[in-house]
Write a protein that binds this ligand. Structure first.
Ligand code: ADE
Length: 343
């Protein structure tokens, strides 16, 4: 199953209940990377505290695995409040939101993941809640219809999305702070791995071995920490717990992860375009059918990394391998190199 994939930036089922959480920073001072965002948040939190108000509503967008949920918890901890976590699809009806909002204590954080999937009817309810901490509920219908206003406590909404483009303009405009999370630099991933290895009780692994993991983690802390666990297991079983670059190489090659952080699924996607479709351009549906994969999986979990790495180009006529990809795979570069192809 695609969601079980080691290199997927999504949370794997085992990580939800498992130790995944112990590696998460809980305070803003522990948070590594995303410096600009951390600075903006620190100011917003302090300003709110000075005025004895909740912090402004925050919209975080960017690829999965970069710490949007973690940040919601960090913010709540800094404000001395609690997080109430839900998601766009879980709030199917207006009443679901009313129930959630009326449970909030003053200055609590309401975290809505996948906020782009909030149904339109629920979105209408959320506007007065965001602006005036008020919910307008219509009771009865027709001639007897009337609107009842319910007050809720002042709160901070933190919305997270991987698809900011799908958010309606009115919803987006109600966030005071909007920030795009970027992939992490290797040096930040290295610091995260050094911190995580300490928490996991690994005996100070050499920095070069952690750098090797950082370089294969696709700029994503969740993947870095997951690979670290695989390396720790391998080292415990095969090397008396001692991690070295050789141990990392062996552990990751056993998992089918190459030096660029690509796994079987990435390679199979690239190979399909290279071999069956002569490097493209080819429609995504055709690639998915050939691979017997779901179009959504390819679009959401395989392509973002390949686009970012510069291995894949999206053209008007379909997907195409780049020269870098062809070189990496040792195949011929697609012959078409026409500017008119590009969007
Ligand atoms: N673990 C996962 N993400 C982290 C981050 N940004 N800082 C510190 N530790 C982390």
């Amino acid at each position: 199953m695609a969601t079980e994939r080691l290199m997927s930036p999504d949370t794997l089922p085992a990580e939800i209940e498992q130790a995944g959480n112990v590696l998460r920073p809980t305070r803003i001072g522990e948070y590594i990377g995303q410096r600009e965002l951390i600075e903006r948040l620190s100011i917003a939190i302090e300003a709110g505290q000075k005025r004895a108000e909740p912090m402004e509503h925050v919209l975080l967008h960017g690829p999965p695995g970069l710490g949007k949920t973690t940040l919601a918890h960090v913010i709540a901890n800094e404000m001395g409040s609690k997080v109430h976590a839900t998601s766009g699809p879980a709030l199917a009806r207006g009443t679901d939101l009313v129930a959630t909002l009326t449970r909030l204590e003053a200055n609590d954080v309401l975290f809505i993941d996948e906020i782009h999937r909030l149904p339109v009817a629920v979105e209408e309810f959320i506007y007065p809640a965001m602006e005036d901490f008020r919910i307008d509920v219509t009771i009865d219908s027709g001639l007897h219809a009337q609107t009842v206003q319910i007050k809720c406590k002042p709160f901070t909404l933190i919305g997270a999305t991987t698809r900011a483009g799908l958010l309606s303009a009115p919803l987006r405009s109600r966030f005071g702070l909007v920030h795009h999370l970027r992939y992490y630099e290797d040096e930040d991933l290295l610091r995260i791995l050094m911190r995580s290895s300490g928490i996991l009780g690994m005996e100070s692994p050499p920095e070069d071995s952690m750098s090797l993991i950082a370089g294969r983690s696709r700029g994503t802390p969740r993947i870095a920490n997951r690979l670290l666990r695989r390396v720790r297991d391998y080292a415990d079983v095969k090397a008396a717990g001692r991690v070295s670059t050789a141990v990392v190489e062996q552990a990751l090659s056993l998992e089918g992860i190459d030096e660029l952080g690509m796994d079987e699924l990435d390679r199979s996607y690239l190979d399909t375009i290279a071999e069956i479709y002569s490097g493209g351009p080819v429609g995504l549906e055709a690639v998915a059918a050939t691979m017997n994969q779901d179009v959504g999986t390819l679009e959401d979990v395989v392509e973002p990394f390949l686009l970012q790495t510069g291995f894949l180009a999206r053209t008007k006529r379909g997907r195409m391998l780049t020269k870098a990809a062809a070189d990496h795979l040792g195949v011929k570069t697609p012959s078409i190199n026409d500017d008119a192809l590009f969007e």
